[in-house]
Design a protein around this ligand. Structure first.
Ligand SMILES: C[S@@+](CC[C@H](N)C(=O)[O-])C[C@H]1O[C@@H](n2cnc3c(N)ncnc32)[C@H](O)[C@@H]1O
Length: 281
């Protein structure tokens, strides 16, 4: 299923995350922020690259597990991709039942192959379809890592709250602008990516968590990760980092050629995330 449509004009502009981006015709721009995620991720390359951050994911979710007073019974990993976040949840919440959901069949198929825990299962479907199916007050934690910024406005905090149990929490983990800035990318992709994370994302769809009966706790965690240069180049070549999706292949190839000239074999990126914990009061 290809939901992606591309438009090529002499001059492009798109409204992205409240920002008007104007791009000359050396770039390609994709419209519809939700559908662009589908068939953009190449399961194998995505998995190889982001598996490098597995210990980071575990530590980040470890912080979450220490913040919670009660042990959650059921956790939903919303937009779980190839299951990297789901695995980190499974390792930190061994006594919980964990469900990972994603709309992309190739990502879910790899998740099912690679993440085998008796307490963990995966579903391939659209978020709202799964939620409407399971019904209200079904989850103790609704967890979203690296994905909230893709969601359409309907998948907002008020919407998600309906599916939380009385003492439950919605947890949104989003990269910080400092982290986004530390990944070397072509300038336009880098600016775009950094902009996505330049403000607290979850808040943008709700004026005040307290008006929803939610309390908000924010934590931040970061550390440097060493990435082999060859793996980084593969990830860039296959557009696995947000922002690159806008660029034409020849532009990316020229950047890679330039980047490859530097002799170093690896690079250090800052992986830093905000952890927004919205608890039912
Ligand atoms: C960057 S990946 C994050 C994967 C995972 N949470 C992690 O941390 O590795 C974003 C994921 O959001 C998924 N996604 C975006 N919109 C979705 C929707 N409406 N329903 C289900 N999945 C969605 C994409 O398919 C993609 O796998």
């Amino acid at each position: 299923m290809r939901l992606q449509r591309k438009y090529k004009l002499n001059l492009y502009f798109t409204c992205s995350f409240h920002q008007l981006v104007l791009i000359s015709d050396q770039y390609r721009i994709s419209v519809n922020l939700l559908s662009k995620t589908i068939d953009r991720f190449q399961s194998e390359t995505y998995d190889r690259f982001f598996s490098l951050f597995a210990s980071y994911d575990e530590e980040l979710i470890g912080i979450l597990s220490r913040l919670l007073i009660d042990k959650p019974g059921t956790i939903l990993d919303l937009a779980c991709g190839v299951g990297l976040s789901t695995k980190a949840l499974s390792l930190n919440f061994k006594g919980s039942e964990i469900v990972g959901v994603d709309i992309d069949p190739s990502l879910i198929s790899l998740a099912e192959k690679k993440v085998n825990f008796p307490n963990t299962r995966f579903r391939c479907c659209e978020i709202s379809k799964l939620l409407e199916e399971v019904g209200k007050k079904s989850f103790d934690i609704i967890f979203v890592k690296s994905a909230y910024h893709y969601f359409e406005d309907e998948i907002s905090l008020p919407y998600l709250k309906k599916f939380l149990r009385d003492d439950g929490a919605i947890v949104v983990a989003e990269r910080t602008a400092r982290s986004a800035d530390s990944y070397p990318l072509p300038e336009i992709a880098s600016a775009y990516w950094k902009n996505i994370f330049s403000e607290p994302r979850p808040d943008r769809r709700v004026n005040s968590p307290s008006s929803l009966g939610l309390s908000l706790f924010i934590s931040c965690y970061g550390k440097f990760i060493t990435v082999p240069k060859s793996l980084y180049i593969d990830a860039v070549r296959e557009n696995q980092l947000v922002g690159l999706w806008m660029l034409q292949p020849h532009f990316i190839s020229a950047w890679i050629e330039q980047f490859s000239k530097d002799r170093y074999a690896s690079l250090e990126v800052l992986e830093e995330f905000w952890l927004y914990v919205y608890r039912n009061k």
